[in-house]
Design a protein around this ligand. Structure first.
Ligand code: OGA
Ligand code: MN
Length: 280
């Protein structure tokens, strides 16, 4: 069996060189989860998994989770696989997918179920312009902050909502009001300490204000933290090739996609691993 995890950058990413037989080895899930914890983003170049194989891999890594929201084109697709596409023929309600243009985590820190532990995304149809998926480590970002800034964040909470997660996709409040959205609003710490003791910044598109701070000051803080997190040392941009599989540590990185043409045919297949930890 041959398998090698080759770091992409010191703080984020590894390319997985493995032959197919290595992936079916009994030791693979454990090694993969350890590598995911160490590197946060794992790239499997041109693996070319079928939906069934992607689901089987997801199941071997943990518990598969299917979101309530119906995937566009899901009638035709394998249940459990979410088709990520802006193709107007397949996706008549593109708002959620348009929301992926902005840094976010999958799921939400205030959902009743914990945010997914990891996401698996495979490239079915790639595009020549745009469509890169970018990942930014909220762990490395927290750890890299100077001590005085860490101290300033201690005890601060941000307000999260689904509405905030798609606000930039709409012209105005009226348009935003037309789509069905979870109404939940909740507050979570800006610095999240996971049960492993590691800390990360809990920021991204769903966070709209900082509790107890004036609106502008709070938004400016969230914006600065996001810029800090997205700096080149802490982030990785993946240029997709057909068949690539990327697995990311959903609770330790934010991700976004560079906009692509809605008629380009870009198609990604997504599966999710259930989270084990609610955000306290
Ligand atoms: C998503 C997502 C990124 C991409 O589906 O949640 O963030 O590259 N997708 O399509
Ligand atoms: Mn996403």
């Amino acid at each position: 069996m041959s398998i090698e995890f080759k770091p992409i950058k010191p703080h984020i990413g590894a390319v997985v060189h493995a032959d197919r037989s290595a992936l079916s080895d009994a030791s693979f899930p454990q090694r993969c989860l350890e590598a995911l914890d160490a590197h946060d983003v794992l790239v499997f170049p041109r693996l070319g998994l079928t939906d069934e194989e992607q689901l089987a891999l997801t199941d071997r890594l943990g518990v598969r989770v299917t979101f309530n929201r119906k995937a566009p084109g899901s009638d035709a697709a394998t249940p459990g696989v979410y088709q990520v596409t802006l193709d107007p023929k397949l996706n008549a309600e593109p708002e959620y997918v348009l929301g992926t243009f902005f840094y976010h985590m999958d799921g939400m820190p205030i959902d009743s179920i914990p945010p997914p532990k990891a996401t698996l995304l495979s490239a079915r149809v790639v595009v020549s312009k745009g469509g890169q998926t970018q990942f930014a480590s909220t762990r490395a970002a927290y750890e890299g902050l100077p001590a005085d800034q860490k101290a300033e964040l201690e005890g601060l909470r941000a307000q999260h909502s689904a509405r905030s997660g798609v606000r930039r996709v709409f012209e105005n409040e009226e348009e935003l009001g037309k789509i069905k959205l979870g109404k939940a609003v909740g507050q979570r710490p800006l610095v999240w300490t996971s049960s492993s003791g590691r800390k990360s910044l809990l920021i991204g598109e769903t966070a709209d204000r900082v509790v107890g701070m004036q609106l502008a000051e709070g938004r400016a803080l969230l914006e600065r933290l996001l810029e800090w997190t997205a700096q080149p040392d802490f982030s990785y941009s993946h240029e997709w090739e057909k068949g690539d599989l990327v697995i990311w540590n959903n609770c330790a990185v934010l991700h976004r996609v560079i906009p692509y043409d809605r008629n380009s045919g870009r198609m990604m297949h997504r599966t999710s691993l259930a989270g084990t930890e609610a955000v306290a």
